[in-house]
Design a protein around this ligand. Structure first.
Ligand SMILES: [Zn+2]
Length: 348
């Protein structure tokens, strides 16, 4: 379980990784290998993919979003399995697609798809073979292409998927729940080519009771911000009900963020999405930042995004705590992409 790699940097070493967090007291569902007496317990457990990092950033509670490349590869592999069964995934063929998935939903620091393709094998869910035989010694894209590397879900996992109805769905939902903000799930599924049973409640049978989301969180956050977007001030109602406003977790719930107004922001749908995608962020004194990597030239983009740069976000009404600095720092480190733009004049 040892391993550095807390930052998930290319080339960082990682040890064994569970699907989910190997946390005593949390459930380990779909313990398919346990039931079959395999040598290693793999936890398809409650909260996130840890990447088994032994050294969490301070104040991060041990959970980072930087290991997102592995769940993304596994989600892609599950989607591939739905479409092609046990057929292996050719690296050269999948590279572009995986690259897109990582660029959009992976950690802010860019990672090549070769990295998870190579490293996921250490977790026992995934095997890689090349023209030179089993396994890879090199995580470089060139080496994987040159040796015709192909990856496949491990034989154990393939067997389990064949024999346990609904297992693929449960694993995929769990990987989404445990590693990504909910606003991103649909897009990730689409891009990974995953079709999930719409009737099942996400993660319904996977999450221990203690880890359920607090249904009061949304109301509390919306009340705290008086039903207005903390970034743009949008408010809207239809038939007496708020519309287009959401309670955003600053530190993702999937990655340890509490259902607490001190970790919440009332945002309109577009700003929520941009915040979860790392286009928008916050400074310590809660001014809005816009990523230098965001491109948008229309008047709409100017008005909706660029104009926010440097503008102070609205605070909650008296009696409610503003977002805690720790959670803001987490978001800046794990979600926000690149550097903040200087000021609102940029982008025209
Ligand atoms: Zn807004």
């Amino acid at each position: 379980m040892a391993g550095a790699g807390g930052e998930g940097a290319v080339g960082a070493e990682e040890g064994a990784v569970e699907i989910g967090r190997d946390d005593p007291g949390k459930d380990h569902v779909s313990d398919y290998d346990g039931r079959r007496g395999q040598r290693r317990r793999r936890a398809v457990g409650s909260r996130p993919w840890t990447g088994s990092t032994g050294s969490p950033p301070s104040g991060a509670g041990g959970r980072t979003a930087t290991a997102r490349h592995k769940p993304l590869l596994l989600l892609y592999a599950l989607g591939h399995h739905q479409r092609h069964g046990a057929r292996p995934i050719e690296y050269a063929e999948a590279e572009q697609h995986l690259s897109r998935l990582l660029r959009e939903f992976g950690p802010p620091r860019r990672t090549t798809p070769a990295y998870p393709f190579h490293h996921l094998a250490t977790d026992g869910f995934w095997t890689v073979t090349t023209a030179e035989g089993e396994g890879t010694s090199d995580a470089s894209p060139t080496a994987l292409r040159r040796t015709n590397a192909r990856g496949a879900l491990s034989p154990d996992l393939l067997r389990a998927l064949d024999t346990e109805p609904g297992l693929l769905d449960r694993i995929a939902r769990h990987l989404l729940d445990a590693n990504f903000a909910p606003s991103l799930h649909d897009d990730i599924r689409l891009l990974a080519g995953l079709a999930l049973d719409a009737d099942a409640e996400p993660g319904s049978d996977l999450r221990p009771a203690g880890a359920r989301r607090d249904p009061g969180f949304r109301d509390e956050v919306l009340t705290a911000y008086e039903h207005r977007c903390a970034f743009c001030g949008f408010e809207g109602w239809i038939d007496g009900l708020t519309v287009g406003l959401e309670a955003a977790h600053v530190r993702w719930w999937a990655l340890g963020g509490p259902d607490d107004p001190g970790n919440g922001l009332c945002l309109c749908s577009i700003h929520h999405r941009l915040f979860d995608r790392g286009v928008l962020g916050l400074t310590d004194d809660r001014a809005v930042t816009v990523s230098t990597r965001f491109v948008g030239r229309s008047a709409g983009a100017e008005q909706v995004v660029h104009a926010l740069a440097g503008r102070r976000s609205h605070d909650p009404q008296p009696g409610y705590a503003p977002v805690e600095a720790d959670h803001i720092a987490w978001h800046r480190r794990e979600v926000f992409r690149g550097r903040p733009r200087e000021q609102a004049t940029a982008g025209t």
